[in-house]
Design a protein around this ligand. Structure first.
Ligand code: GDP
Length: 447
């Protein structure tokens, strides 16, 4: 399994975040591996957020997190430019510093120039790394990149490993020594439910997330003691793990089956939560009970991440198969993000935290009305609603709330087929870039 490096194990909300951005083929992934020493956590699987690679870098006793949002962007030139620009914006939105990678052999390209413009306008600190300067005496290649308007482009060769140490030095120079203490944005607490069958590792995960050994963990079901409500902060968001009692209250069958009792309990917990982490055990097939809880989340449109825990106990060659099996069992007509982790060893935890962050960001998003209506129009152009009698017309759309984002589409009152509602939901999520958050769509007759 990938990402078992213990260095990546401890969540830390104080680690600075550095984004690697650049046009395709400039050698970003090579450089990423050089900078991180290949300790990257790579997930590029169905249902898991696409094309984000993240790793912890350690240099001279200091640490920062490095991420690369860029996967390959398909499409023609225009689409490619837009796609890369979007990735750059994503990087800028999250990072404390951007490392802008360009190709010293190819020279300054129009795409570099347009990315440079986006970066300058963002106001984010930028370091330019001129890659593919493979040999002594080629440093002159950096000269033309001064045009981008950032100080001192640095010559590196990811291939040969040249210039990597000075680049790391410079990155650390530009990062604040100590990140400022995280303040939750807006003071809102995100209520997080951790649900799953007894012994799947909920308490262990809870400990990981809160970063403290506060809960008593035992391998014998029913032996854990009373919990303490816990909050943790990650990337300026505050999370409160709700119903920590339920985390370790093991079902005591009193005429009721253990299974029924725990599903009901989990559903009650889900109702009181903003975001749900459903924990599955990778060493056992997902049980009916797991599926019932996850299905309920989807029905209630609860923002959900499924984690497949205990991946450290899965034989190396079987990891992918086990993951696919879990993804397969969880098909409820929509994609459910499934993330492999080991709560015990800490692998996958940084990725989980960054997915949580992304999910929370998406859930709290307010989409400006023009963009929303443009997305509706695009979807209708792609496929217009049809009906046997009265043809539905969709006039406009408005956002009515968040967590998860909910919308109302105003219509002429004609019946909308469920299959069309599903299509529209899917299309809007795609267009508005909701990778993880569900959205709720309602239809109302325009008065
Ligand atoms: P809960 O009942 O869901 O809260 O489960 P616990 O957190 O109490 O974990 C049950 C048992 O599984 C304990 O012995 C844990 O140490 C073990 N465990 C939890 N997570 C992992 C993991 O990622 N890998 C392994 N190998 N064991 C784990």
């Amino acid at each position: 399994m990938q990402g078992t490096s213990p260095r990546c194990g401890r969540p830390s909300s104080r680690q600075a975040l550095v984004a690697l951005v650049g046009a395709p083929n400039v050698g970003k992934s090579r450089l990423f591996n050089r900078l991180t020493g290949s300790r990257s956590i790579v997930h590029d699987r169905p249902g898991v957020t696409r094309d984000r690679i993240e790793a912890v870098c350690e240099w001279n006793g200091r640490r920062f997190r490095l991420f690369d949002t860029g996967g390959l962007v398909p499409g023609d030139r225009d689409e490619l430019t837009r796609g890369v620009e979007r990735q750059v914006l994503k990087g800028v939105a999250e990072a404390d510093l951007v490392v802008f990678v360009v190709d010293g052999r190819a020279g300054l390209t129009p795409l570099d120039e347009s990315l440079g413009k986006v970066l300058r306008e963002s106001g984010c600190p930028v370091l330019v790394a001129v890659n593919k300067v493979d040999a002594e005496g080629q440093e002159g290649r950096t000269a033309e990149f001064f045009k981008l308007g950032f100080a001192d482009p640095m010559a590196v060769s990811a291939e040969q490993g040249r210039g990597i140490a000075p680049l790391l030095d410079r990155i650390l120079d530009r990062l604040p020594l100590e990140m400022p203490a995280p303040e939750p944005s807006g003071g809102e607490v995100i209520r997080l439910a951790v649900v799953g069958r007894p012994n799947v590792g909920k308490s262990t995960l809870f400990n990981r997330l809160t970063g403290e050994e506060r809960a008593v963990v035992s391998s014998v079901p029913g032996t854990t003691r009373d919990p303490i409500d816990a909050e943790f902060v990650h990337r300026l968001r505050r999370y409160r793990v709700v119903d920590t009692a339920g985390l370790r209250r093991k079902a005591r069958a009193q005429g009721e089956s253990v299974e029924v009792q725990s599903v009901e309990r989990a559903v009650a917990t889900i109702r009181g939560a903003d975001v749900v982490l459903a924990v599955l055990d990778a060493t056992e097939p997902a049980a009916h009970q797991d599926l019932a809880v996850i299905g309920e989340c989807l029905r209630m449109r609860r923002p959900l991440l499924v984690v497949l825990n205990k991946m450290d106990r899965v034989a190396r060659g079987r990891a992918e198969e086990i993951l696919q099996e879990a993804v397969g069992r969880l098909h409820f007509g929509q994609e459910v993000p499934v993330l492999p982790i080991s709560a015990l060893q800490g692998s996958g935890i940084p990725k989980l935290l960054s997915m949580l962050d992304r999910l929370a960001e998406e859930c709290g998003r307010k989409i400006p009305t023009p963009g929303l209506n443009a997305a509706l129009e695009a979807a209708v152009r792609l496929r217009a609603p049809s009906a046997k009698d009265k043809v539905p017309r969709l006039f406009y759309i408005a956002q009515t709330g968040g967590f998860p984002p909910s919308f109302v589409v105003f219509t002429n009152g004609a019946r909308i087929e469920p299959s069309y509602a599903r299509f529209l939901t899917r299309q809007l999520r795609k267009d508005l870039e909701f990778d993880l958050a569900p959205i709720a769509l309602k239809f109302r007759r325009r008065t």
